[in-house]
Design a protein around this ligand. Structure first.
Ligand SMILES: Cc1cc2nc3c(=O)[nH]c(=O)nc-3n(C[C@H](O)[C@H](O)[C@H](O)COP(=O)(O)O)c2cc1C
Length: 152
């Protein structure tokens, strides 16, 4: 099974899990970055909020890679405003991964578990979404146990 990890992490929490996935499944890692970094928590909250209101996701640093050769695509993200960051949604939409098995992992302060899954289902209606992992500061979940339980 050839695996890819698509992820974004502003402050490193999601990145740690992406690295575990890479090590466990020998996955190729694709870090998705906005052209202009979001900076501090506060500036990210303000900017992402304005982008959401305007319906204009941040420009991406790189176009989506070619994922056609992968069997499984992990998608990792911090919850922003209850779901995936808008620019990452754009990337996922254009990544050509429809029909593939998708394994999402999300990190949050507290909430956004259901909202994120709903967004993913909308972005990838033809993909098989399995083994969704969600962890938050409020209710931490164990990424190692999650990884151990994944059957590829
Ligand atoms: C712009 C912004 C919006 C956020 N919105 C939410 C939210 O709606 N719900 C939540 O529980 N946490 C929210 N958070 C907290 C992050 O999801 C959380 O800190 C995450 O684990 C950070 O992951 P990272 O270090 O990989 O960037 C938000 C953080 C930022 C910067």
């Amino acid at each position: 099974m050839k695996c890819a990890v698509i992820y974004y992490s502003k402050s490193g929490v999601t990145k740690k899990i992406a690295e575990k996935v890479k090590a466990a499944f020998d996955a190729d890692v694709y870090s998705v970055e906005p052209e202009k970094p979001y900076g501090s928590y506060l500036s990210a909250v303000v900017r992402a909020g304005l982008e959401k209101l305007a319906g204009k996701p941040a420009a991406l640093k790189t176009a989506a890679a070619d994922f056609s050769s992968y069997d499984v695509v992990f998608i990792g993200f911090p919850v922003w405003y209850g779901t995936l960051p808008d620019f990452l949604q754009e990337y996922v939409k254009n990544a050509g991964i429809a029909g593939k098995r998708v394994i999402p992992f999300a990190t949050a302060g507290a909430n956004g578990k259901e909202g994120s899954l709903k967004t993913l289902k909308k972005l990838l209606p033809d993909s098989e979404i399995t083994d969704y992992f969600f962890t938050s500061n409020r209710e931490p979940a164990d990424p190692d146990a999650w990884i151990k339980g994944i059957k590829l």
